[in-house]
Design a protein around this ligand. Structure first.
Ligand code: FAD
Ligand code: N01
Length: 533
């Protein structure tokens, strides 16, 4: 098939963001080429095929809202569907909206260079092709670049090393094998119970104990689905204007004003619901006041101690070094219970850090544990990793890597000063990873699309944030972040999981609804804070 060498738009990435962006560009009559490094579409749900992978936002909310027909025709089978089902959904969307013909798989974008003379981006791919485009939209994902592991000796390990974020498509049979899982974030916590079902011995290496709530996943019954479908428009609208892109009543009461019995009942109820949102919404100050947060954290630690029979293991699993919610908490199915099985062992890396990996296994101060397989559930170079692994150069050859040397700066998480006609979807400085991502993706894509429509209609050649607007926005993002408990944790939100990465609280915590309003006002005020030429 012959492809345009100078489409109107290049989109990088074919996850949920890239797919919807392509659909909207078609609607605007703009030509586009979408480059995707993977061999399939779906982004997160293409790559993360580890056992137990599933979403922790309910399917009826973690899905596109842009097409009422799509909403009505797609049937979800579970409250929190597993990776294969979410990938099937992405593939269905691609087929239904005939998106595949503009998507080039196995094609990594290696550089994007702005040319001031032609007002176009030159985008080069891993196949050596260079195309030019008026606009470049980076839909490269916040959690798409696995972080490099800093543990020495990994190359020496004689057996297979699996990464949860690059899981073999054929699956892995751990039957009868001795397995090490390193990492206890969401990926580790989801995969450990499933791997434990097969493995002969499973050793879990935990650096930071995380808060996890039972998912209480279940098949979706027809009544629940039908009820939602009958009222979908209202639910979606509520989600768009909510703090986190999720529907639910907002608390006004302080945990400090409740009696111990009331708090216990509220936390019990949230625990029984199987939803991160429910626990966060117990009281208004859970994320703001350390005393309120401690009450929720104590409750969760109590439930862990109730579940795990060995007291030392329970103590190690009970998070103690960061407030609840300041690292992303998890939803699990049987995670804590798994440690009651005699063949499952926990190694607390706070006490005995990993020294190295050898040909045979993992060495800590306690000696070597021999294993057949190593599973890395060690996370991502989040929010900036995928963008900075592309050589992006704006005006006067300025590299994005230099502009972001002290941490990412942007205006609204949508554009960067000095980088005209460049847009990031759920970029740093936007609510993105603090929200139901589908809601945030749709909001960004819609905003970008309306913006492009305006530029096309009025023959505007370039749009770019002013340095002042960017500076003010960055200061605002930092200010609202600092007013919360988030900075108290060494989290990937702050870049703390990657050695040497600047410590900047990257997402915007002002809330999805408030943020949408700001973006809408900026657009209504003829793109206040942007220079249009
Ligand atoms: P991605 O899905 O990450 O897609 C980006 C794509 O860009 C990738 O396919 C990548 O290969 C491609 N790409 C990157 N760089 C290049 C390049 N240089 N050239 C070409 N292609 C490139 N969010 C929620 O809201 N709820 C959840 O329950 C939830 N569960 C998650 C579970 C897991 C295991 C993970 C890892 C994340 C989860 N997330 C969840 C976050 C999830 O990333 C988003 O919900 C969403 O899927 C992101 O879509 P995206 O299109 O923005 O990015
Ligand atoms: O990654 P993580 P993840 N030595 O960074 C540890 C989404 N997601 O892939 O906490 C030893 O959370 C690290 O330790 P520490 C979700 O947004 C969602 O699990 O840095 N350990 C941590 O325990 C999530 O937040 C779902 O001290 C090392 C773990 O590895 C995000 O993706 C499912 C180490 C990494 O945890 C990332 O989750 C999966 C080292 N050198 C993912 N380096 C859902 O359920 C790192 N670790 C929706």
């Amino acid at each position: 098939m012959s492809r345009q060498s100078s489409p109107d738009v290049v989109v990088v990435g074919a996850g949920f963001a890239g797919l919807y962006q392509l659909h909207r560009l078609r609607g605007l009559g703009l030509s586009a080429r979408v480059f995707e490094a993977g061999s399939g579409i779906g982004g997160t749900w293409y790559w993360n095929r580890y056992p137990g992978a599933r979403c922790d936002v309910e399917s009826l909310e973690y899905s596109y809202s842009f097409s009422p027909e799509l909403e009505q025709e797609w049937e979800w089978t579970e409250r929190y569907p597993a990776q294969p089902e979410i990938l099937r959904y992405a593939e269905h969307v691609a087929e239904r909206f005939d998106l595949r013909r503009d998507i080039e798989l196995d094609t990594r974008v290696t550089s994007a260079v702005w040319d001031d003379d032609t007002s176009r981006w030159s985008v080069t791919t891993s196949h050596g092709e260079t195309v030019t485009a008026r606009y470049c939209v980076f839909a490269t994902g916040c959690l798409s670049r696995p972080k490099d592991l800093e543990i020495p000796g990994l190359d020496a390990f004689a057996g297979p090393v699996y990464s949860t974020a690059r899981w073999p498509h054929a699956g892995v049979d751990f039957t009868g094998r001795r397995v090490a899982v390193i990492g206890t974030g969401s990926s580790g916590i989801q995969s450990v119970p499933v791997i434990a079902e097969q493995a002969a011995e499973l050793t879990v290496y935990q650096r930071t104990a995380n808060y996890s709530l039972p998912a209480r996943n279940r098949p979706l019954d027809a009544r629940t689905q039908d009820e939602r479908k009958a009222n979908y428009a209202a639910y979606r609208e509520a989600a768009r204007h909510s703090p986190a892109g999720l529907v639910g009543d907002l608390p006004t009461e302080s945990a400090l004003d409740a009696s111990p019995e009331q708090r216990r009942a509220a936390f019990d109820d949230a625990w029984a619901q199987g939803s991160l949102g429910a626990m966060r919404r117990t009281y208004a100050d859970i994320g703001l006041d350390i005393r309120a947060n401690d009450m929720a954290a104590d409750f969760i630690r109590g439930r862990i101690r109730d579940t795990v029979t060995d007291p030392a293991t329970a103590e190690a699993l009970a998070p103690s070094d960061h407030p609840f919610g300041t690292k992303r908490p998890c939803l699990d199915t049987g995670y804590y219970e798994t440690f009651n099985s005699p063949h499952v062992h926990l190694v607390d890396l706070k006490k005995t850090p990993i020294e190295r990996i050898t040909e045979r296994g993992v060495v800590t101060a306690d000696g070597e544990v021999e294993v057949d397989d190593v599973v890395l559930a060690t996370g991502f170079d989040a929010m900036t990793g995928a963008l900075l692994s592309i050589d992006i150069r704006g005006r006067d050859g300025q590299a994005l890597a230099d502009a972001w040397a002290d941490g990412p700066v942007s205006y609204l998480g949508l554009g960067v000063a000095g980088f005209p006609n460049l847009f990031t979807i759920t970029g740093p400085g936007s609510p993105s990873v603090l929200s139901n991502m589908l809601v945030s993706i749709e909001q960004h894509v819609d905003w970008i699309s309306e913006c492009l429509a305006r530029l096309e209609r009025d023959r505007v050649a370039t749009i770019e944030p002013t340095p002042q607007a960017q500076k003010d926005w960055v200061a605002h993002v930092a200010e609202v972040g600092e007013a919360t408990l988030y900075p108290l944790a060494k989290s990937w939100y702050l870049g703390a999981n990657v050695p040497g990465k600047p410590r900047v609280f990257m997402p915007y915590i002002g809330g999805v609804g408030a943020y949408r309003q700001i973006c809408d006002e900026v657009a209504a005020d003829d793109y206040r804070g942007f220079t249009l030429q």
